[in-house]
Design a protein around this ligand. Sequence first.
Ligand code: CAA
Length: 379
Amino acid sequence: MLSEQHKDIKNMCEKFSDSEVAPLAEKIDKEAMIPAELYTKMAANGFFGIFIPEEYGGAGMDYTSYSIMVEEVSRGCASCGVLLSAHNSLAVWPILKFGSEEQKSKWLPKMASGDGIGCYCLSEPNVGSDPGAMITFVEDKGDHYELNGSKNFITNGREAKVAVVFAKTRKTDNYKGISAFIVDMEADGVAVQKVEEKLGIKGSSTAQIVFEKVKLPKDSLLGENEKGFKVAMMTLDGGRIGIASQALGIAEAAYRVAIKYSTERMAFGKPISGLQAIQFKIADMATKILASRLLIQHASELKDKDLPYSKEAAQCKLFASEAAMWVANQGVQTLGGNGYIKEYPAERHFRDAKITEIYEGTSEIQRIVIAGNELKAYR
Ligand code: CAA
């Protein structure tokens, strides 16, 4: 059950999503761009610094509030949802958790205000599920570091002003030589090589970033040298709750379109909601949505209480993303031919849902994490 405070946050985010985000979703999808005014409005609501402490200019809320915000914004527009999810959980969180006081004071106020959008650079052109195989390298040059390499599928890569970048500081064939760095995206040698054209979440940028002889100040190292893999994994644990929340928002949106349509569309002399074939879909959609929400709340609560939550984050991400894909598919089916055309939003929800089964760890990776944790506990 949500606390009164969380219900208030949900209420506020719901209203914002309905009035400011949802009306723009079709345009964002068509133009593959989130309008600048919407960034400003989200920033004014504190969405870019939702769990950044107030001393650094943030709203100082907890992870449950964050997951509610991502769900509600994603219900209005999945591209806006992932913008906020990647920024907050993949860029803000590791700086907050592993950053020195100087790093936090330097970056968090900008990130909280929305001026410094963040991104997370782990994957590479030939490295996705197995980040230990990365080849991006940082060399210690004495008074500075030098970063060389290429990162792929970077959410917010086009807009980001700051990146958490993972690179090897020692050449190894596994995760052991990886370190994490905070990189100023406006530094010389950083280039957005390509912005991908995608099936869905078109307003969210997915970019290839090239780092060529980028000079990093010595205080760019985030956490300890060669401990970057843990930073990456712990960050992804929280990120997965964010993507589960995005998936839930998409599922809720797809469900609302389908149930409304079912009460208006006539067939065989009555609204199709009177047909058992449609009622079964409504029952299953509503049940999967509730189950997703409860799994997300459970994982968020564990995180807020500082309890272990890797497995639960993977469980909510796995379940909510597969539920979103299923619900969006049934949504299209409920609308029939109208589900397949752009006049209705059902096809957009279907396209947007798919990525939630892929990024921040595919469903297969989530199953590996869950089974690994279960077997460890059993032994
Ligand atoms: N928290 C803390 N430590 C962790 C951890 C976690 N969640 N998971 C693993 N570790 C630690 C282990 O304890 C181990 O530590 P020791 O060296 O002390 O023993 C170390 O990390 C290595 O662990 P594993 O042997 O389990 O590592 P692995 O190489 O077998 O990988 C994996 C495990 C789960 C498959 C992992 O590689 C993984 O999650 N892969 C998917 C990566 C991913 O999600 N990529 C996409 C994200 S980026 C993105 O989507 C772009 C975007 O912008 C949105």
